[in-house]
Design a protein around this ligand. Sequence first.
Ligand SMILES: *Cc1c(COP(=O)(O)O)cnc(C)c1O
Length: 467
Amino acid sequence: MRYLSTRGQAAPRDFEGVLLAGLAEDGGLFLPESWPTLSPAEWRGLRGLPYHQLAARLLTPFVGDCLKPAELSAMTAAAYAGFGHPAVAPLVQLEERTFALELFHGPTLAFKDMAMQLLGRLFDHVLTKRGERITIVGATSGDTGSAAIEACRDREAISIVILHPNGRTSEVQRRQMTTVLSPNVANLALEGDFDSCQDLVKAMFNDAPFRTEMKLAAVNSINWARVAAQIPYYAYAALSLGAPDRPVAFSVPTGNFGNVLAAWAVKQMGLPVERLIVGANRNDILARFITANDMTARPVEPSLSPSMDIQVSSNFERLLFELLGRDGAATRTTMERFRAEGRMPVPDAAWREATRLFRGFTLDDAGTLGEIRHLWTSTGYLADPHTAVGTAAARAFMPEDKGIPVVVAATAHPAKFPDAVEQATGQRPPLPARMADLYQREERYSLLPADLGQVESFVRAHARRNG
Ligand SMILES: *Cc1c(COP(=O)(O)O)cnc(C)c1O
């Protein structure tokens, strides 16, 4: 399998190349040259497989020759072995036609573990084979950093440094990062906000000598391997509900568009996906695009679902490329204009095409609390604020055909956002038993001012110690 850049100028690469590169040299994102498809009979043959085996089977065409089948199977088995539920991603019926696909049984209680646990192993495998080491640096406002740390801890070929804004993540989120005491993991609390953390990470990547010296790498959601590793759970849910002989819809609480893009990918691969419902909080750029072709960036505002507090959804570029008929030059111009003017000029025909499949839904904080309360009182289900945006979106855009179920991506465990859940329901969701001692565990992190020189010295010392 070869991968192309959405901006049409970078040389095609294989899976290993896109895994290590992340972003293409022309600033674009990688996509498969063509989508692998399965026939209905082949899909039926995958029903009932354990999650890790289904994942290995579906990822095989994307990985190509970069891994032997046995290596990939061993890797998916190991990646999901530590999940807190034997089904890995259980499907829970909420209402007559509404199901929650629980993606939060991994080590950090949010859906990013589903991809990250595989990604850490892929990186380690490829680097070890090449005899290389890398240093992963990233900025986080919460979920991504902890998922990356859990995925990279104790891996020989990787050092990882995660920057978070001091005092501005939730305590659960901070402790999930700072209580990982593996020697290859370092946490930096920065005196500043999330944007200043992100600016420092960008500055490190832009410092070419430093970048080369440290072999800097990123694990952000633009990495194709992360999107690919999210494809199997949508297939798993659809097959469980009768696909390919019964169509399904998905409702996905969305920030960077990575998760919903994986749902879109299973449709490309031949499963009957009737509708994709994109749920947003007050940072609703995607919902505005879908309802009115208005992709205008506005300032980010904090909400009860902080992992969706995003205004520029980087993975949208992959859908745009497809909507524009895979025209790299047109995608490049559109993205450059968006960057320059803050408004994306999507041609009317492309937007209309998107509206055939996608629905956009926005829910403010009061609505989110109301939805959490509604689910609790009507079904006894405790949903986190992100998942609640998804369930409300599903109700708003339930397919007219009564035979079509809607699967909501349940992206975080309620115990990860206990304050909002308690405010809505009076119930304080407990942490799962396997991490009940999180608040007693020893923490380790360093506090630094938002100064590039000091942060680079810290990263260098940390990488040396492990090298
Ligand atoms: C990251 C995240 C999202 C948004 O996912 P995208 O792939 O960025 O759209 C939603 N919910 C939770 C809990 C998350 O951590």
